[in-house]
Design a protein around this ligand. Structure first.
Ligand code: ZN
Length: 333
């Protein structure tokens, strides 16, 4: 059995606060005199039967996010996320952040993005990996808010912003409201990568592809239930960012074995494994590959295929992806 740590991969689904180490969040909470909810502080406090839903996740995430109050906090979290990713064989990391959630403490929306872009640049150099930033808006955002963030993303397209995302609870919005913002982002050469298909059905996923031009989908698990949507995803080679450890706590599946990776693979739809929010769900990137090996019974060849799919779907320059694909090839040979 080959070492998964040595398998080169791209990590395409990781959120800023969710990427933080628990120890760091505890330290920051002490620094600012914030008392964290026991569910977050106590690693043993699991997700009881009553707790497996979006609101419980959001409560924990919001509490942790409050501990990020300065440029130095942002720099530290991104630096540590990059180091942790690099240690697991991730060679290209794409971090997703909704800058409006951090703007209040960081001097406004524009300044928040400036800080994050610089932090990614420094962290990439220190960790020896590539980092791209996706700016996201909430599915609950207005058309104006979405356009504003898309314009900001476009402005930073040559300074490390690689994509435009839509995050938070997808039941809050319809793809139609994000058409103009997606146009702005696409015109700037940015990737469109919305979260969808957890609590909404496959048609919400399909409309993200058809109306917004999404090239990657955060989760999109309900798409696996529809042959016609699978066909559209395969035709357009839209990559699904699947994060196995997120779905049980969110009440979407009762068991890890049900996470639809092979369903997408069989339909010819690429999959990139991601950790989403290791702070909340407790597992980083390697753990996702381990689940596919241990629970789904994937061979080393299939795991290498998944790593290749993550690399093909990333926004790294062509010479970087070529190099990584060659290294994946060497891992399997
Ligand atoms: Zn996510």
């Amino acid at each position: 059995m080959r070492e998964l740590r040595k398998l080169p991969k791209a990590h395409l689904h990781l959120h800023l606060t969710g990427s933080a180490r628990l120890a760091t969040v505890r330290e920051l909470a002490d620094k600012y005199g914030i008392s964290l909810p026991s569910e977050l502080v106590n690693e043993e406090a699991g997700w009881g039967d009553g707790g497996r839903e979006w609101s419980h996740f959001q409560f924990r995430y919001d509490a942790a996010r409050q501990t990020i109050q300065s440029a130095e906090d942002v720099r530290r979290i991104i630096r540590e996320a990059a180091a942790d990713d690099a240690a697991e064989g991730s060679r290209w990391l794409e971090l997703q952040v909704d800058p409006s959630s951090y703007a209040r403490h960081l001097g406004g929306l524009d300044q928040a993005v400036e800080i994050m872009v610089d932090a990614c640049h420094d962290a990439a150099r220190t960790a020896g990996i590539g980092i791209g930033l996706l700016l996201a808006v909430s599915w609950g955002a207005s058309r104006d808010q979405a356009e504003r963030v898309a314009l900001l993303a476009a402005r930073y397209a040559h300074r490390g912003v690689v994509g435009f995302g839509i995050s938070n609870d997808e039941r809050l919005g319809e793809p139609d409201a994000f058409v103009s913002a997606s146009h702005i982002a696409r015109d700037a050469g940015l990737l469109i990568a919305p979260h969808t298909g957890c609590y909404t059905d496959h048609s919400h996923v399909r409309r993200c592809v058809e109306l917004l031009g999404a090239r990657r989908i955060g989760h999109g698990i309900t798409a696996a239930t529809s042959n016609s949507t699978l066909e559209i995803l395969a035709q357009n080679q839209v990559t699904m960012e699947i994060c196995p450890t997120s779905y049980l706590p969110l009440g979407l599946f009762p068991a890890l074995a049900q996470v639809p990776v092979t369903e997408f693979q069989r339909a010819g739809v690429p999959v990139a494994l991601g950790a989403d929010d290791p702070l909340i769900f407790g597992t980083r990137l390697i753990g996702q590959y381990e689940i596919l090996r241990d629970v789904h019974g994937l061979s080393d060849q299939s795991l290498a295929d998944l790593a290749s799919q993550s690399v093909r779907a990333c926004t790294a320059p062509a010479e970087v992806t070529k190099q990584l694909l060659a290294e994946i090839d060497r891992w399997i040979r």
